[in-house]
Every structure is written in C-alpha cells, then in structure tokens.
Ligand binder design. Structure first.
Ligand SMILES: [Zn+2]
Length: 366
C-alpha cells in the first residue's frame, strides 16, 4: 500500500527482512518455506486485484484484504517444517513454533500417496477446530463409460435446475432453513458486551452454524455436479454472472443460497476428472426463444409456460430454456469450458469425503 512498483520478488525478499526484525519475533519462528508460501499467497491476491483492474472487470475489483486472525488464520507449509510419522496418522510441526505432534482424524487414507506427492500442508482454523489440508500432486482421472447422452441445464430459484430432458432437481434451501436460528444467534450476539467471554461464545456458535450451512451447500453442489457429469457426455449450462444478479436484492438471498457458482465450479472440476466436455454458453434469449422453431417468444418472469404462436409448441418455461441451452452448446462445440479463475483451486474448501465411517468415534484428547 505504501510502495509503488513492488513485485513478487520484492515480497519474497521482504520475508528475510521481517525474519531479521526483532519487532516480529514470530516471523523467524515460522519455517522459511512457509514464510515464502505466505508471500506467494499475498502476491496472488495483489496480482488478482491488478489483473481485474487491467481487464476492467465489472463490479468490485477485489482489493486485497488483511486476514482476520480470529476467524481466518491459516498457515501453509511447503515440503518442510512438518513431518508425517510412519503410520501417517500423526503430523509433527518441526519449526520454531514447536507446536508439537497432532493426531489426524479423517476419512482419507494418506498411505495411498507417496511422500514426494505431498506438495503443501495448510493448517486452517475453522469455528469447530483446526484442519490440516494436504495438497497432493496427483492427476485424478476416473473411468466412465460413454453414455451417449447430452444435457442442457437451466438453473432456477424455485427449482435448483431443470434439464433438457425435463427432469428437475429441487432446491434444498439450506440457508432458509437455518435462517431463524441464524437470526436468533445474531441478535443474541449483538446484545453481548464487547470483549466479554459471552461474546466469544456466541460468536463461535454463530460461526459454527454458518459453517454448517456452507458445508451442506457444498455437499449438495458436489453430489449433484458429480451425478450430472458422470451420466452425460456433454454438459451445457449458462455463463451466468451471479455477481451482477445478486445486486437485485429481492432475488439476492435466494440466488446466493442456491449457490449456482459453486455447482458450476464442481461441474467443471468433475468434467476434467471424468473427461466430460463442459460448455458455458452466453445466457441471452435462452428462455425467450422457442426450442422447436427458434422464433423469439417474449415472456415475463411470471410466465411459467412457453407457448409458441408460430409453431404451437408448448412446454414448461425452464424445460424450453434448458433445450435452448443444450442446442447452443452443441452448436458452439470447440469453445469449451470457461473457468474465470484459471486453475481450479477447490482444495481450500476440500471435497466432501465419500464416507463418514470414522465420524462419531472421534474424541478429542487435548
Ligand atoms: Zn415455435
């Protein structure tokens, strides 16, 4: 913020300066590669901001924020500063913080990978505890038989989506369900005194509930996306700018709640895993055109049925839209998968483990 023209390497070099500075004794305690990792992450936030400005991306440009220690503290180690024990059920941190050895609880078998595949370890604090995330260099390819099926998806508010075959998936609306208790906790929190124990307690309760909602949301997105991708050879969806739509406040909550963008990220991810083509098409006229004769049939949001005066084709509005979306996708073959952020980085959130076998048996010792 204070110096112009600072680049990635200046940030890297500054790590050593900070480590030598007695004002921040904790910097020298942190493993040197972890220091570098944190400089890299800071730089990626700055670079993304510059990039958004350069491309004059509409809306907010994402000015880098300082991390909130209380709620978003995390540290990222690279290949040293930590060690897995032989049975890979304990992790020991070996840098100057002397954090010690921790038992790992989880459903993933770390024996499945070679040690050299472990590229990074992130320790992340969530409202309900500390998590170790292992970034593993492994190409995930899963086999699937071609089904010969294609699908167009029209996402909505009352229904999560309607596809080009007329199938619908209901919207679980997790947030709405938890809304009452969220509100109650929020009210309770605002009545507590600042920096009191009570405040800490209620802040944590609220954070846990938010965490629960976001996990339910992700779980739903992952499972639905996996199912859609696995059973089709081509998946087409609209290239929606959710950021712009959330500006409409009547729809805002429902739109964020159904978490289309999360769903889409996972569709694109599973597309890579299963080798299925995913296409995002521009959302213009998908609901207005007739999917049978192609003529424009104007309708408002409240018109739920598409009735074509030109050819007499009658179909549910969303079903008609989904067919148009599929049609667009088939005609723009070659223009494949858009992914605005470049690399898919879903490991911060982590995929929902397939089984929950070891849950319930967990008992914290220390
Ligand atoms: Zn028609």
């Amino acid at each position: 913020m204070d110096n112009k023209g600072i680049g990635r390497y200046d940030l890297s070099k500054f790590c050593a300066v900070l480590a030598a500075n007695t004002e921040f004794p904790w910097v020298s305690k942190l493993n040197s590669m972890a220091r570098q990792a944190s400089a890299e992450r800071a730089w990626s936030a700055i670079a993304r901001f510059f990039d958004n400005c350069k491309k004059s991306k509409p809306g907010k440009k994402g000015f880098p924020k300082f991390k909130k220690e209380q709620t978003h503290s995390s540290v990222e180690y690279k290949t040293c500063g930590w060690r897995l024990d032989d049975d890979r059920r304990y992790i020991t941190f070996t840098d100057g913080f002397k954090a010690g050895t921790f038992k790992l609880w989880g459903t993933r078998d770390l024996h499945f990978y070679q040690l050299k595949q472990f590229k990074r370890v992130r320790v992340v604090r969530r409202a309900d505890g500390y998590y170790a995330q292992f970034c593993i260099d492994q190409k995930r390819i899963e086999k699937r038989e071609p089904t010969g099926k294609t699908i167009g998806i029209d996402v909505g508010i009352t229904l999560f989506y309607t596809d080009s075959n007329g199938e619908t998936v209901a919207n679980p609306r997790h947030l709405r369900k938890s809304e009452k208790s969220l509100k109650r906790l929020q009210r309770r929190l605002s009545k507590t005194k600042k920096s009191s124990n009570n405040r800490v307690k209620f802040r944590n309760k609220l954070a846990r509930l938010h965490l629960k909602v976001s996990r339910q949301r992700k779980d739903f997105a992952v499972k639905t996306a996996r199912c859609v991708v696995k059973s089709n050879d081509l998946v087409v969806y609209e290239d929606l700018q959710v950021r712009n739509m959330v500006k409409n406040h009547h729809l805002a909550k429902s739109i964020s709640d159904v978490s289309w963008s999360l769903f889409r990220e996972w569709v694109e991810y599973f597309g890579k895993v299963f080798g299925v083509v995913t296409v995002a098409v521009p959302p213009h006229y998908t609901s207005q055109n007739c999917s049978y004769c192609g003529q424009v049939v104007k309708k408002t949001l409240s018109t739920r049925t598409h009735i074509c005066p030109h050819c007499g084709h009658t179909q549910d509005r969303d079903w008609n839209a989904a067919r148009n979306i599929l049609e667009k996708g088939l005609s723009t073959a070659g223009h494949v998968g858009t992914n605005a952020s470049g690399d898919i980085d879903l490991c911060m959130g982590g995929e929902t483990p397939p089984s929950k076998s070891s849950r319930g048996k967990r008992k914290p010792k220390e």
